[in-house]
Design a protein around this ligand. Structure first.
Ligand code: SF4
Length: 225
């Protein structure tokens, strides 16, 4: 087990990464998955030679007490880091709310940290049986499903986001929406996929208003981003 924290970057102040609160975002280095549309490929490898020192990050956050209300752990994939519980505890002790952006790559680590987390943005990639088509990793759908069940049963505030790659079959997508609703997801956000040049490659569902209206009925809150 690696006893270092690998941090790829930090945004010291943002209004869009934690609902209704000004936050800082810490981008953790490393992710076990290889999504075909990943926009942070530089954060995928854990082999970062120049991680930002954790003490420096805590110092920066200390200077922002009173200006920001929350700290969001993003990535990469925060759950991939063995020292994440310590990092979250450090931030919590400073009085900040804690947010977690995760794809649920490690249910065991999620179980460890979730008691300290106030809000989760959970990324779903595909129908759980076909996850590997996006992540490149067999079994990733079962892992993500287990993690989502942990989030739902924790009763903390969360939202599910799906980046809709054009390759996802409509029938599988409609089954996925129903499954998420049955599992207890109340807030769903559909995100348009961008290619490596930042051009939107729109999934056909976005031009079908009737289907979108139907999908919206499954959830208390339903947004398109
Ligand atoms: S889970 Fe997130 S960080 Fe990891 S490869 Fe997929 S999009 Fe990139």
């Amino acid at each position: 087990m690696n006893n270092a924290l690998f941090v790829g970057g930090i945004v010291p102040m943002t209004t869009v990464d934690y609902p209704d609160h000004i936050s800082a975002v810490i981008f953790m280095q490393g992710c076990p998955w290889r999504c075909i549309y990943c926009h942070n490929p530089h954060l995928q490898s854990i082999l970062l030679t120049e991680s930002l020192p954790w003490e420096d990050i805590l110092g920066l956050l200390r200077e922002r007490i009173g200006f920001i209300e929350a700290v969001v752990f993003s990535g990469g994939e925060p759950l991939a880091q063995s020292m994440l519980p310590m990092a979250i505890a450090d931030v919590k002790r400073m009085g900040f709310l804690v947010g977690l952006h995760t794809a649920g790559t490690d249910p065991h680590m999620l179980t460890r940290v979730i008691p300290l987390v106030n809000w989760i943005g959970f990324d779903v990639k595909h129908s759980f049986g076909e996850y590997h088509l996006i992540t490149g990793v067999k079994g990733s759908g079962e892992t993500a499903r287990r993690s989502l069940e942990i989030v739902i049963s924790s009763n903390i505030d969360f939202e599910v986001r799906i980046t809709l790659h054009e390759s996802i079959e409509m029938s599988l997508l409609l089954d996925l929406f129903k499954e998420l609703s049955d599992m207890g997801v109340k807030k769903l956000i559909l995100q348009k996929c961008r290619d490596k040049d930042e051009f939107v490659v729109e999934h056909p569902i976005f031009s079908d208003r009737l289907i979108l209206e139907d999908v919206s009925k499954y959830f208390d809150n339903f947004y398109i981003r």
